[in-house]
Design a protein around this ligand. Sequence first.
Ligand code: SAM
Length: 226
Amino acid sequence: MNDPTTIRRLYGRRQGHKLRAGQAALVEELLPEVAVPESGPLDARTLFGDDRPLEFEIGFGAGEHLAAQAEANPGRGFIGCEPFLNGVVGALGHLRDRNLGNVRLHMGDALTVLERLPDASLDRVYLLHPDPWPKARHAKRRMVNPGPLDLIAAKLKTGGEFRLGTDDPTYCRWAMMVMNGRRDFVWQARTPADFLTRPADWPETRYERKARRQGHEVWYFRYLRA
Ligand SMILES: C[S@@+](CC[C@H](N)C(=O)[O-])C[C@H]1O[C@@H](n2cnc3c(N)ncnc32)[C@H](O)[C@@H]1O
């Protein structure tokens, strides 16, 4: 992905507070069982043993949306990527508590996993409350940029869905500007209510809840791959 308008590097914290013994055990025991393999081809069959539809979440935070989608859609396979160790631990806890067998996790950059998937292999991609990088000089770090979007477009099936949520006004405007310039994604909103109201099948994320508590507005964008 040689895109001069997008900086391809991982920013942000990889670890926060020290793990408790139970959390460390989850990382040692459960993570290897559900981890996306480090190398080799990746598709539904290699990950889940059959040809089920695949969905992909970029930066799942503590995994509440990923787990809720996986629980609601047991016939689908979910791939979640998150570099923050404490978030991965949160997701592992959900997988264990809800006994979810249809999720695979990668602790690291989502784009390196996306690149390994076959083109037109995903039914959905979720990007929920991406790091906003509000300063103009950091705009190239935003996930909504030509490089990552080209990759997402390549990996979605025709008619597949890209969901983007944000509570950041700068990111909202930026995303509308960037996405409106693309011919490969068709915005699904007909009225403002369509992007101001959370769809019923869009479980709330931790950042979204925090934003609402602070009185922020939240925007829900749904695009279909043309
Ligand atoms: C603001 S948080 C939102 C977390 C979660 N989606 C939510 O709504 O609660 C953004 C997340 O994106 C993750 N992130 C940043 N760059 C990433 C990348 N290249 N691949 C995967 N995750 C990334 C961060 O570690 C962070 O957890």
